[in-house]
Design a protein around this ligand. Sequence first.
Ligand code: AMP
Length: 430
Amino acid sequence: MTDKTMLDASENVTSFDSFAFSSTIYQNLTALHYESPTPIQARAIPHVLDGKDILAGAQTGTGKTAAFGLPLIHKLAQEPRERESHSKVIRSLVLTPTRELAQQVFDSLVPLAKDTGLKVVVAYGGTSMGVQTKNLVGGADILVATPGRLLDHQHNRNLTLSECEYLVLDEADRMLDMGFMPDLNRILKRLPKERQNMMFSATFEQRIKTLAHRIMNEPVEVQVTPANSTADTVKQMVYPVDKKRKHELLAYLIGSRNWQQVLVFTKTKQGSDALAKELKLDGINAVSINGDKSQGARQKAWDDFKSGKVRALIATDVAARGLDIQQLEQVVNFELPYKAEDYIHRIGRTGRAGHAGFAVSLMSHDEQYLLEAIERLLDTRLPQEWLAGFEPSPVSEIDPDRAPRRNSRGADKRKMKAKLKIHANRGKKR
Ligand code: AMP
């Protein structure tokens, strides 16, 4: 259910002052140059402060981390706990589907919690258990973790979840997509029944609501954009092009439009590696980031991209989850995603926190049905344009196997004509 009264009241929240946070938190907000709450913050924070469970439909880039982070930090800091070295208590748990998102959430929470005395720890796979184990000594006020690594630490008795007061599921839709439900169930069994829950999801499908109602206590729904929509600040364009010319078109776009920082999505890991290689041959500094790379390599690629050393970052959907750059202007779908929801996640990498963004999709003829699925989900038609010099070939010349089948009546007629011809020829011979 949506708490209409609270939603209406929150429309008027234009300042962080109305939340009565501690002076330390206000100092931190000033240091971060967060001047006023974003819409999801204005709507979610009052409920969280009120102790309610919330189900928040907010796409990536809307400021959702601080929407749960600020009230969480405020509440935890109000009741500080003595930390003893033998303690393994985790007071609040933030679960994320990917390592990158875990790191990003941690990076956002640390400056918000500065000087509050709270201990924030991050734990995810692909890096050594040792450092994380050390960090967990004495427990944590906030632990940001991926489900698998959390269970590893639980198994090694590095932590206890039995006194955890708050649970945040970030990007819950992706967590389900990635098959984390069994891990999630294992974790839920270890958490106390009495706790406050916050669930965030970019897309707001029925399965998300079903999960929310299973694990939460009468959650309040807050949504800042209509379900399954894309940010208004992102301009979208589809360029139909032959599959074999996509790479050439991408290099042309990067060069002719002088794109200095472009995030490119491919469907497969192999595709991302191959494309990075091809762009390099064209003189465009590109690296790929995918699940086959070590955490160190992924982090380096990301850092080089952020600092501007690398111009094009070629990523798969999973690898790109959680990447955050304030002013990333270009996102390119080199291939359209199989899952329409991923389109929203992908283009959510640009147009963040109110900045303008441009999302380009290079669509070959055989991807038409994927575009249709995206348009159905968004309930809108995306603009299409043929770029001069890259116009797609007539369908049948692209790939004979993929050319649309002629209808059977036509086929029957052709067969009939062929038969008649044979008969006619036979007649001539006689
Ligand atoms: P998120 O959706 O949590 O990934 O946040 C997207 C970006 O918005 C992050 O880079 C945040 O630092 C930034 N951000 C979050 N809240 C605010 C705010 N109230 N004012 C300005 N920037 C913000």
